[in-house]
Design a binder for this molecule. Sequence first.
Ligand code: SF4
Length: 336
Amino acid sequence: MQIQDIRQRLRALAARPVHEDRILRAWLQARPLDQGRRQAEHFFPLPLREGLPALSADLDGLARVNSVHPGSDGSARLLVELSDGQTVESVLLPRGGVCVSTQVGCAVGCQFCMTGQSGLLRQISSAEIVAQVVLARRLRPVKKVVFMGMGEPSHNLDNVLEAIELLASHGAIGHKSLVFSTVGDPRAFERLPQGRVKPALAVSLHTTDAALRARLLPRAHRISPVELVERAEAYARATGYPIQYQWTLLEGINDSDEELERLVPLLKGKLAMMNFIPFNSVEGSGFNRPSEQRAWEMTQHLRRHGIIACLRDSAGQDVDGGCGQLRARALGQQPD
Ligand code: SF4
């Protein structure tokens, strides 16, 4: 079910635009669609009143919480079951954020990511993306949505942009608090500036070495790190929002002094911030997490050169690590 399907169904039940808006707002705020029967009796036409319980059940069936895994940092990983039984992960982030998935599996195949190992299984519909936010709101207030869960959002662009539009218009999420993430697909750079809602942008950079990037992200669009930063910078200047660069730190792979030497001129003077995220070690992955000291040195090096840099852990990593590991465990693809 897409958001357009929900709108058409409401119209078929004789909903006028004002009813449609009220019902979509109620859904996105995780309130009952009829907003209290008494109000509905006065406000909604009869076919709509009669049709709302079935619509409500269908919306509830879009995404259900299969299991909740709280982390010690205030986050919680949710294993979410979609209507066809496929599962994806959402993460409740500290300070009112939620990270949602945009695809079941992912075609990019990043070497250090469990989700990438399965390939793409299917797209997630626009309504299923929004339903993950609604689920999160049933558990805690949400004022920020990041599209950094399973999947590459620009490979499901129409659905992600439709969800972004609705979250901004009916979900009380500010444009700047919607964070679109990409490995650098040109379609994202073409479409995002054209939208009415312009989300903030996170770019998975991971290295300044084009050949290494092609090995680590084997099916990402081939764009050099220099061109990637140029295109992202143009979006940052157009919106005024800094680009959030993501860099998964892999010991002996992309934590060298040479990387830092190339990174400083690449980001200096840009509207940008760097998030270093030490790899969460997974048995058999072939990658290791660098020492805390090395990760901290890299962060400080950028700061000394006037670049905003943060050292982060992927949220809830003490429960089930990075993206895709919870799902893999539930499917028996990873040992407990
Ligand atoms: Fe896909 Fe993101 Fe995993 Fe890469 S890190 S395979 S883009 S989900």
